[in-house]
Ligand binder design. Sequence first.
Ligand code: FES
Ligand SMILES: [Fe+2]
Length: 367
Amino acid sequence: MPALPGDYNGTLMLTTRQPVLRRFWYATHRLEDLAGGPKAYTLLGEKIVLFLDSAGEPAALMDRCCHRTARLSKGWCKGDLIVCGYHGWAYDRTGALIEVPQFSPDQIVPRIGVHAFRCVARYGYAWVCLGEPLGDIPEIPEDSNPGYRRIQQFHDIWKTAPLRLMENSFDNAHFSFVHRATFGQITQPVPEKYEINETDYGFEAETIVEINNPPPAYRITGSDAPTTKRHMRNKWFMPFCRRLDIEYPSGLRHIIVNCATPVDDGTIHLAQILYRNDSEADCSAQELIAWDAAIVEEDRDILEATDFDATIDMKRKVEAHMPSDRPGMIMRRRLLKLLQDHGEDEVSEARPAVAMPDMPAYGVSVD
Ligand code: FES
Ligand SMILES: [Fe+2]
């Protein structure tokens, strides 16, 4: 498995240069991974440290001690405090310096500290917002529904941009090609259309697609027919979360929730959580992870082969479009408006590879 974000040492560009993106919530470390002590993470290029307080609630601070700048993630937890591993200065979850072990009890600890970020536990992850939040963490009602089980599927680093992952998950034209070895039907390249309803948080997109159903998929789909259908009622939560809600004719629900957390411009952390309305005996978590792992690897392989500088201003004609790209085009329009509403220009170094004349529109305007 590739190194997790705290270990990543790359260059910083683009998404890190759009300050409004700091005002959304992102999934970072899994709570279970913080149980062993503080862990470093890089979010939008910002180096932070995550740790659990004595109540098990996650906290996020800038990963830089105010004494001699040592990374706090090299330290340890003591009750509610995180202790710097260099000289033992200790901070609480608000970043306030609480203990200086070199001082005698009658000396006053100075009122200094390190910057703290908003951090809450949700769906097994520590979610962090680096600024004043513009919205809430996406609501997943199945998480508190006893009819569903939660399976932590993937927690990986991908070398791509978060928009690439978001648009890919609403791109029905890639199944036949990227997923030809799993469920895609290469003889059916013209994809089904999505019905899209825009919302304040992003959009809802509904469609029904026919898929191949090879024997390894029988317990996933609840059917042993050679083909089956996926009724998908999906959601995009601006900027980089999505819910893929698949209902099979068998009544099985396969609901994937993703957060494509921007680590830096060329790197995302893919947090993928699965909800199923069946039991471990019906289809084991291991089987479900293995099945989706093959599909996710197919996506990763192609998305890491795209430019991570995913430009959103379509007037720049860096990329060409076709009708099935409409969800990704709406994302671009909405993200561009988000930037403009907050006084930002798009920061992109992407250039067209060739002179791009106007493509025939084929009715794909998203204005
Ligand atoms: S650098 Fe942290 S206590 Fe000295
Ligand atoms: Fe895919």
